[in-house]
Design a protein around this ligand. Sequence first.
Ligand code: ZN
Length: 328
Amino acid sequence: MADARRASAILSTQSKWVNGTVLHYCFFGAGSHFSVPKIQADAIRGAFAKWKAVKIGLEFQEVSQLSEAEVRIGYSTADGSSASAVGRDVLNVPLNEPTTVYGWDLTTSYGSGTALHELGHVIGMEHEHQNPFAGIKWHEQAVYDALAKPPNNWDHDTTYHNILEKLTPQQVQGSTWDPDSIMEYEFEPGLIDEPEQYDVHGLTPPGTLSPADKQWALKWYPPLQAALMTLQPFQAVTLDLAAGEQLDFAIKPTSSRKYTIETKGASDTLLVLFEDINGVPRYLSGDDDSGENRNARITYKLFQGRTYIVRLRLYYPGLSGKTSLMYS
Ligand SMILES: [Zn+2]
């Protein structure tokens, strides 16, 4: 992309959910290779509750059908690895596959950190040890050798992708390294060359949500506003948003018909439509025009007497700095 600031803004926002999304999660059941034992499922439910206790605007709701879940959680000590798709990338995982797998006991104190870590990926967080600001220099061969052993059994590419590869500044939580982050791995002595203290003592993060983790989650997913401004048909509202920010509106149609909800201007946006069903937003449709020379646009039949919510997350405002939103 010719405009580096635009590309950078898109990269930092693209895996995040719109705030206010209800993420439905489901555990693989008995008989599946990924069947989650109840005691492990309870540990993962506890981890969802700890993330929600940060008072983020995302909701987590357990459902009993895998086909109704954006987040499909599996467990396999035979596979022995724990991993998850990051943020909205879970939507690209085939529906019969887990988006998030756990490979070891989550009821230990180390395991409770793992339970939280994979859910950090689910809400859009990347690995903290891959933060380019960390200044970590690795004993690379020692890292490959250590991760090739149980419990990880990783091949060369997996270790490179999960540990050694540096992220871009836009993909990480902050401009300084947070060794206490839940997204930081534990490393034994001899793997990190610099900073020297970790070579000698290893790195053992506490396995809990650090202050910076909570700050990151609240930046992307702040508590929701109680009352929303209602969009009026044929009346464009001009939005003054910075990159990454979100605004929400209510729509209360006065007749039942197909409507079009669209942005104007050169901005890049993620536009998502929900129906408010007894206070619970249910996803209807979305459009993401980031990196494309067109506007986000949703056409959907709306019904008189119902309430809808439109959430608009701005990637990049474009040169004018203005975005407008209208439904008609
Ligand atoms: Zn991870």
